[in-house]
Design a protein around this ligand. Structure first.
Ligand SMILES: Cc1cc2nc3c(=O)[nH]c(=O)nc-3n(C[C@H](O)[C@H](O)[C@H](O)COP(=O)(O)OP(=O)(O)OC[C@H]3O[C@@H](n4cnc5c(N)ncnc54)[C@H](O)[C@@H]3O)c2cc1C
Ligand code: FES
Ligand code: FES
Length: 495
């Protein structure tokens, strides 16, 4: 049985199909058709809903954290212990909510199909900001497509909704909603099942390890932004799932003097601050990772667990020398992420074994880390090529201002996504750099060596020629950016 709040109403669901998405639950089970289905694959945002979770602010105050999600990619079990808000919940006592009114005032809607999704994204933005700027508004709406109004009036509505926000019914009821959420907070492993499918929801890593060891054929469900597509796009049912999103130890980021330990079930949005503080380019890449809705639900562990050759985090983590901690029952092992991937979607993970955390070294001034994502669209698009470079150059001439001006490369980690069947280091190019002066001639030799490292494929994202040439050009760009301080750099690029 799972329990959650549908706005203020307690829902206890005993027997639902665990493969049912929140979108299907709202539209087909509850006959609430305000939330729309556009693509059913996380691309359009028409299905956006907001999910509230009890959280504690930096000042120690309990509050409800509201996040926009794509309901088409969220299985209903993931609502356990949370509050679900859909567009029907915003109007109060006959009055439109201020975000809805802003859309009316600014002429932000024409056919209206996308509008419930925009409204819910704007609602989450309003709840999470004190007067959002244009950049925040664009980010909040990065996963919402409109095909007829155009975005200028919608951005104007965002400005109005956030700059003129007044307390609403959700603020008035915050204390009682917090009390309700505390009353339904999960206390033991829950299960949602129907006649032939089940989803288990453990709360501790020990319980997860035990359940997975007993049922190694179960599919682990984190944010579902990859896994749900198997059901919604490929019509492959998932008979047994284990939801890792309620495992508290796996949603934590622990900071040590030399490393970050990131729980595998931490949503990408929550990884942002820690990673961006150490590595600004990691932060820049996360801004370009899918849309805000996807980052709110997708996790770092899911991005690795999915083992896609075009996942964005793995090349960056490999270039940084990150490790994964794998658990199977009571046993754990730690290995470099670069050794985790074996072949196309094949990894070293054994039956019943899962990623518990990702260990990322803290920034070291001796290394120069940068990352680049090439995709056809700036927001909400998968990489054609993702590159991450991390080089340590040792000073040779102590009168020079920077070791990067005259030094010798002593270590190099060049990692790519989109160039092979797995996220992979460019060993030949690294060898061409190591022990050589950090000069454009050395970088040219490394660029030539990239052709030995990779035989990329052509697909609808890019041709093999484009992939190889742009990988080489990104390495050149990295060199120029490091050695020519006056060059205005754009840490990420798009085609
Ligand atoms: C519209 C859209 C845009 C996207 N854009 C990008 C993008 O720009 N860049 C990018 O890299 N990806 C992108 N993705 C893919 C996806 O969002 C990411 O891979 C995300 O990080 C997956 O995380 P998740 O928590 O949703 O994983 P899930 O879908 O829950 O799981 C993915 C896989 O990992 C496994 N898994 C989950 N947790 C664990 C664990 N702890 N241990 C072992 N295995 C585990 C699952 O069993 C499953 O096989 C996009 C997806 C969509 C739908
Ligand atoms: S229906 Fe398009 S993102 Fe969900
Ligand atoms: S108003 Fe028609 S798609 Fe946005």
């Amino acid at each position: 049985m799972i329990q959650f709040l549908l706005n203020q109403q307690l829902r206890s669901e005993h027997a639902l199909d665990p493969n049912m998405t929140v979108l299907e639950y709202l539209r087909e089970h509850l006959h609430k058709s305000g939330t729309k289905e556009g693509c059913a694959s996380g691309d359009c945002g028409a299905c956006t809903v907001v999910v509230g979770e009890l959280d504690i602010s930096a000042e120690g105050r309990e509050y409800i954290r509201y996040r926009s999600l794509n309901s088409c990619l969220t299985f209903v079990a993931a609502l356990h212990g949370k509050q679900l808000l859909s567009v029907e919940d915003l109007k109060h006592q006959g009055q439109l909510h201020s975000v809805q009114q802003a859309m009316v005032d600014c002429h932000g809607s024409q056919c209206g199909f996308c509008t419930p999704g925009f409204v819910m994204s704007l609602f989450a933005l309003q709840k999470n900001s004190d007067g959002a700027d244009l950049h925040q508004a664009q980010e909040a709406l990065s996963g919402n497509l409109c095909r007829c109004t155009g975005y200028r009036p919608i951005l104007a509505a965002a400005e109005q909704a956030c700059c003129q926000a007044q307390p609403d019914q959700f603020d008035a009821r915050e204390a009682s909603t917090i009390a309700q959420l505390k009353a339904i907070a999960p206390k033991a492993t829950a299960e949602l099942a129907d006649a032939d499918k089940r989803c288990l929801l453990p709360l501790t890593v020990a319980d997860l390890a035990e359940l997975y060891a007993q049922q190694p054929d179960a599919r682990l469900l984190a944010g579902g932004t990859d896994l749900a597509l198997e059901v919604t796009q490929f019509h492959r049912p998932l008979p047994v799932m284990i939801y890792v999103g309620n495992v508290a130890e796996m949603k934590r980021i622990d900071t040590f003097a030399d490393r970050l330990e990131i729980g595998a079930a931490t949503p990408l949005t929550d990884c942002y601050a820690a990673l961006a503080a150490e590595y600004p380019d990691f932060g820049a890449l996360l801004h370009r990772f899918a849309s805000l809705q996807i980052r709110n639900q997708g996790t770092l562990g899911g991005n690795i667990g999915n083992a896609s050759p075009i996942g964005d985090a793995p090349p960056l983590l490999i270039a940084l020398g990150a490790q994964v901690l794998l658990r199977q029952g009571d046993s754990t092992r730690t290995l470099p992420l670069q050794d985790y991937f074996i072949d196309y979607r094949v990894t070293v993970r054994q039956p019943g074994e899962f990623i518990e955390k990702i260990i990322v070294p803290k920034a070291d001034a001796a290394w120069s880390f940068k990352a680049y994502k090439l995709s056809k669209r700036l927001d909400d698009d998968i990489s054609a090529v993702c590159a991450a470079f991390n080089v340590r150059v040792e000073r040779q001439d102590f009168s020079a201002a920077s070791p990067l001006a005259t030094g010798v490369v002593v270590e190099a980690r060049l990692a790519f996504g989109g160039m092979a069947a797995i996220p992979k280091r460019a060993r030949a190019a690294e060898a061409a750099l190591i022990g050589q002066p950090w000069t454009s001639a050395t970088v040219e030799a490394a660029c030539a060596a990239l052709a030995a490292d990779f035989t990329p494929l052509s697909d609808f994202r890019a041709s093999k020629e484009y992939r190889l040439l742009s990988a080489q050009n990104l390495l050149r760009k990295y060199f120029i950016e490091l050695t020519t301080p006056h060059v205005e750099t754009r840490v990420t690029a798009y085609v």
